[in-house]
Structures are given as C-alpha cells and as structure tokens.
Design a protein around this ligand. Sequence first.
Ligand code: AMZ
Length: 259
Amino acid sequence: MRVIPAVDVLDHQVVQLVGGVPGSQQIVMPDPVAVAGMWIGKGAEYLHLVDLDGAFGKENNFPVFKRIIKEFGVPVEIGGGIRSSEAVRELISAGADRVIVGTKAVRDPDWLADLADEFPGRMVLSMDTKGGRIAVKGWQESAELTVGEMFARIKGMPLAAVLNTNVDVEGRRKGIDERQARDFIRSCPHKVIASGGVTSREDAEILSECGAEGAGVGLAMYTEVIRPWEWDTPWRARRPVRQFSDLSPSRSRQAIDSS
Ligand code: AMZ
C-alpha cells in the first residue's frame, strides 16, 4: 500500500491543522512548491494536494498546483473546493492524475456520476467522516446522506477511489481508529485511500492489512514522527502477517473506548 504525503495549502502556505480547524495550525511552511519538492526529494512517488482555501470557499490555489505538476512531473491528486465540472476539466488538462471532489459530489451524486463517466478512473470521491457522518464544506457541516446511502449511490460508478479522512483523529498524532477504518474499507464498494491519524509504521501497516489502496499522511510526517522515506520499502507499507496473539483486543478496544 502506497503512503502519500499531503500538501495542504491555506493562504498560499503549507499548513497542518488539527481536525481541519482553521487557526489550529501546527505547521506553517511558506513555499508549497519547495515542500512538494522536499517530499519528492525523499522519494515520494505521488502527492496529495489539498486546497484548503478552496475547501473553505475562498479563492483557489490552482496556479501553485499547476507549478508543482510542471516542475516535478510526479503524479498528483488534487482536492478542496472543486465544485464545478470546469474546475475538474481544468485540473485534468493541467496534468492532475486524479481529482478529488467532496462537498458538491455528496450533495449532487448525479454530478459525480457524469464526471466519473467523462473521466473514468480519474475521479476520487472524498467521504470524510466526523462522528460517523459525512463532513462537508471544509468539515464544518454534515451531509444529509449517510455513509451507507452514499455507498449505495456510488456503486457501479467508474471512480478511481474513495478518500476517507477520519476527522476525529486527524492532526492529533494519536494514531488511527482501526475499527472505523476497517468498517469503512469493508463496506465501501471502491478502493479506499484512508487518512487521519497515521502516526506510525504500524498504523500504515494496519491500513494496508484492512485493504486500503493508499494512506494519506500529514502532521506526523511533517514533525518526522513517522519517516516513510527511511523504511526498507520506502513509502510502501506491507500487510503485516498477524500472529494469533496480535488479535488480542488492546488496539480495537482503544478504538472502541475512544469512539
Ligand atoms: O482540513 C479541512 N478542513 C478540510 C480538508 N482537508 N476540509 C476539506 N478537506 C479536503 C478533503 C478533500 O480532499 O479531505 O478537501 C477535499 C474536499 O473538498 P470539497 O470542497 O470538495 O468538499
């Protein structure tokens, strides 16, 4: 399973927020192109670019994302505030490998269906969850549709993947919620990119074992708590071979207790 570094851009700078809350910046780095280059320099083969200005409904950061695509030629997926077909087309023509849509797609699944038909295998639906509900509009609001209803709606669409950020554990460097991740991946009719709370190699290995196709990493990597570039398989997490004793409930118990 691929581990994907996230470059989140707010006010033209790279930031890492806690639970996506503006003002909670843990990291601020002034130059998104330099940060993208830093991860590529460490061997990252894919980048997850998030336009937080766009997600919060402000002016978009497309020019900087286009510079990253041009400068490095590494495949990227881009999301945040992409709420029109023109914006999707603009990013695909600029060379984005995949485009991530959340708010508009959850509110208007027919729009997503049309885009998925236009760009098969290139659209990622973002179904970020907070307290078990789909979070939209920069994670400030909940969608009306439930997770199960959305899964039923997207079954059969030619999507590249579904992104699930668990907002409850995102940016906290306390690890993933294994039970939530496992349930989501098991019921999702598409490949899943899981993110939120990935803090250790073990977290990434568990997500791999749950069947995730990718794991997004943010704050723990910026603070070098997790260093995927130093692994024997850089930026790749293997499925661990679990011993019977590993099935002792400590980890899942933690997840249950904290939910
Ligand atoms: O940090 C946040 N508050 C945040 C964030 N990182 N809000 C949204 N997003 C990301 C989602 C997804 O990649 O994980 O923005 C994208 C969805 O944006 P939209 O505008 O389509 O809902």
